[in-house]
Design a protein around this ligand. Structure first.
Ligand SMILES: *[C@@H]1O[C@H](CO)[C@@H](O)[C@H](O)[C@H]1NC(C)=O
Ligand SMILES: *[C@@H]1O[C@H](CO)[C@@H](O)[C@H](O)[C@H]1NC(C)=O
Ligand SMILES: *[C@@H]1O[C@H](CO)[C@@H](O)[C@H](O)[C@H]1NC(C)=O
Ligand SMILES: *[C@@H]1O[C@H](CO)[C@@H](O)[C@H](O)[C@H]1NC(C)=O
Ligand SMILES: *[C@@H]1O[C@H](CO)[C@@H](O)[C@H](O)[C@H]1NC(C)=O
Length: 627
């Protein structure tokens, strides 16, 4: 058929001015209700079709305007396809007789402006597709007559500013697709009257601020999608918005730097919150407190350096927490408090140096991702945590296979994660699976100082006792020496000799301190393969008005208070490091039996790096001399 008509079409093309009204022969009508005139090079609406047609395809033609009378005779139309034409405008009243029209496809045209009255008469319209045009202007009230409209496609246009006037009359709208425009500004209350709105898609625009008052009170609203915009903060309203129906809120790829307190109040039913690939470095402790129904929280690809306080404590329904691709170095011990339903924890591609034993001890996750961090060591508690996790990814961490790994190594029993722990140092073990390293080869001939800190919890005052703790790991019980700010050295001993006591386990006490006791302290560990030292600055010691009158009752009670305080601190320290310490001592005992003294290959530099890695807060210096 098409072949036989080709010469006629060519003739028409040549004599275009004569053939403006195309004959019905161009269309394929399979019944009186359905005519397919798609892709026929039509320049206008055919006028000779059966007026009972309900489905009319005019897509992919060359129609460039729709005049007000063009569709007058097709009053039974329900579906009209005008996509892929060259329309730059729609005349007022062009559809005014199509009161049965249900679906109107105008996508992929050249529309720049929608004038008031363009859709007049379309009282039954359900779906209007205006996507892929060049729309810059939507005149006030253009959709006024579309009281039945449920779906409105406006994506891939050039809209810049959205106002409430543009969308008047869309009280029945369920889905509004506005993605891939050039929207910078959304005026307050733009969507307020869309009581039935369920899906609002605004992604791929340039929105800088989004006022939640524009959607507040829309109790049917389920999804707000604002990804790939230019938001610099989480959207807020003037007052707490009522967004009790919203389950999905997507702000992926914006410029948000901070999540402040109560950022999500009003989002009472939120289940999926995406904040990935922003610039978030700060999260207020109360930011997520109200999100009791949240199931998935995405914070990956941000600039978080630490997880402080109980930031996730309100999230009692959370199943998946994505924190990968940040710069997280530190996770506070209570950071994951309250995450009782968490099964999926993603922490890969961060800067964790210490395995988060304490933060994780209350969790029961099934999937744990820790690959590509800076982890060097695994304590035995880590084995217990990993052992109860179904899926563990740990590879590409710079594991240091030394004496600190002995207890972990001892617990290994062939779990699959054991095949991910490949030694990075010392040199002679690089590339070897930890599971294949014999216990005697896990040595610390040059000791490691992993911690040297003040353990007093209160500010230091004259007359108090200063408590320090120097945690040392090493083969064959390294000897500890303390250098005082005045340059004097005190060797560790179990005997009480004077005001300064250094115990072999690293517990240090300095009684009855004065201003002269502030300054730099150095903990020196002398091992079989060399010395390691780590310094600590003890800041100013406050004068204590009661310290002068040394024998009055006030002083004595202060002193008693101080002693009680010191005991409390010591108990705390014992609690925190007790397990580790116990293991170290066991380790050393074992090593005395097992270690081959001659085998000392570790460099002092390597030991120093580890000391910095693990503690990171104090200055480190390593003596170059070897014993
Ligand atoms: C429409 O016009 C183009 C170019 O003018 C021509 O190549 C094409 O074959 C025509 N299509 C039909 C269906 O006639
Ligand atoms: C986003 O906002 C920032 C700051 O207001 C501006 O400098 C930048 O050009 C914006 N980016 C885009 C893509 O609009
Ligand atoms: C939010 O709106 C819903 C429905 O109108 C209502 O039931 C609920 O009480 C409102 N919540 C608040 C906090 O105002
Ligand atoms: C462990 O040490 C022994 C003795 O030095 C050595 O022969 C062996 O190769 C070492 N094993 C590994 C896995 O490095
Ligand atoms: C260190 O040793 C002393 C004396 O044996 C003991 O009282 C203290 O609890 C020990 N500290 C730790 C942290 O093990």
């Amino acid at each position: 058929m098409a072949h036989r008509h080709a010469p006629l079409v060519h003739l028409c093309l040549l004599l275009l001015f004569i053939c403006t009204s195309t004959s019905a022969d161009d269309c394929v009508c399979t019944s009186q209700y359905f005519c397919n005139c798609n892709s026929k090079n039509l320049t206008g609406v055919p006028q000779s079709l059966n007026s009972f047609v309900t489905i009319l395809g005019l897509g992919n033609n060359r129609i460039n305007t729709l005049e007000s009378n063009d569709l007058n005779r097709y009053t039974h139309l329900e579906h009209l396809y005008l996509y892929g034409n060259r329309m730059t405008m729609i005349s007022t009243g062009a559809f005014r007789n199509l009161e049965k029209l249900y679906e109107l496809e105008l996508e992929n045209n050249e529309l720049v402006v929608l004038r008031a009255g363009a859709f007049q008469g379309l009282g039954s319209l359900h779906t209007l597709e205006l996507n892929i045009n060049k729309l810059q202007t939507i005149e006030a009230g253009v959709f006024n007559s579309l009281s039945s409209l449920v779906v409105l496609y406006l994506h891939y246009n050039e809209l810049q500013v959205l106002t409430p006037e543009m969308f008047q009359g869309l009280g029945n709208l369920n889905q509004l697709h506005l993605y891939n425009n050039l929207i910078t500004t959304v005026h307050p209350r733009t969507f307020s009257h869309m009581a039935k709105l369920q899906y609002l898609y605004l992604f791929y625009n340039k929105i800088h601020t989004f006022d939640l008052s524009s959607v507040s009170g829309l109790t049917n609203l389920r999804r707000i999608s604002l990804y790939n915009n230019n938001l610099t903060s989480v959207p807020q309203g003037d007052t707490t918005p009522n967004l009790s129906g919203v389950t999905h809120f997507n702000m992926l790829t914006n410029n948000i730097a901070e999540i402040s307190a109560n950022s999500f109040s009003g989002f009472d039913s939120l289940q999926y919150l995406r904040l990935s690939y922003n610039k978030i470095s700060t999260i207020h402790e109360d930011a997520f407190k109200t999100l009791h129904d949240l199931r998935e929280l995405y914070l990956n690809g941000n600039s978080l350096r630490s997880l402080d306080g109980q930031i996730f404590s309100g999230l009692g329904s959370l199943r998946s927490l994505s924190l990968e691709q940040n710069e997280i170095e530190f996770i506070s011990s209570d950071a994951f408090t309250g995450l009782t339903t968490l099964t999926y924890l993603k922490l890969e591609d961060n800067k964790l140096k210490i395995f988060p034993v304490e933060p994780m001890s209350g969790l029961r996750v099934y999937n744990l991702y820790l690959q590509r961090n800076l982890l060097t060591s695994l304590p035995d508690m880590a084995y217990r945590l990993l052992d109860r996790t179904s899926r563990v990814i740990l590879h590409q961490n710079p594991w240091k296979c030394d004496c600190r790994m002995i207890d972990f190594r001892r617990l290994m029993r062939g779990r699959s994660f054991e095949y991910q722990i490949v030694c990075d140092s010392p040199d002679e073990l690089r590339g070897t699976w930890l599971k294949d390293v014999p216990l005697p080869n896990l040595t610390c001939a040059i000791p490691l100082i992993t911690w040297f800190e003040v353990t007093n919890s209160d500010p230091l005052k004259e007359g108090n006792t200063l408590n320090l703790f120097c945690e040392v790991w090493g083969s064959q019980n390294p000897e500890i020496t303390l250098r005082l700010p005045n340059g004097k050295h005190v060797l560790s001993t179990l005997e009480q000799k004077g005001r300064v006591q250094v115990l072999p386990n690293g517990t240090i006490t300095i009684d009855d301190i004065t201003g002269k006791d502030s300054g730099t302290y150095v903990c020196i560990a002398n091992g079989i393969g060399g010395d390691t030292e780590k310094s600590l600055y003890v800041p100013e010691i406050m004068p204590n008005p009661f310290a002068q009158d040394s024998l009055n009752g006030v002083h004595m009670s202060k002193l008693a208070g101080g002693i009680l305080g010191a005991i409390a601190v010591a108990a705390l320290v014992a609690l925190v490091v007790g397990t580790v310490w116990y293991k170290r001592r066991r380790t050393q005992t074992d090593e005395q039996v097992l270690v081959d003294n001659a085998q000392v290959n570790e460099t002092p530099e390597a030991a120093g790096e580890t000391a910095i890695d693990v503690a990171g807060t104090t200055e480190d210096t390593i003596t170059e001399t070897r014993a």
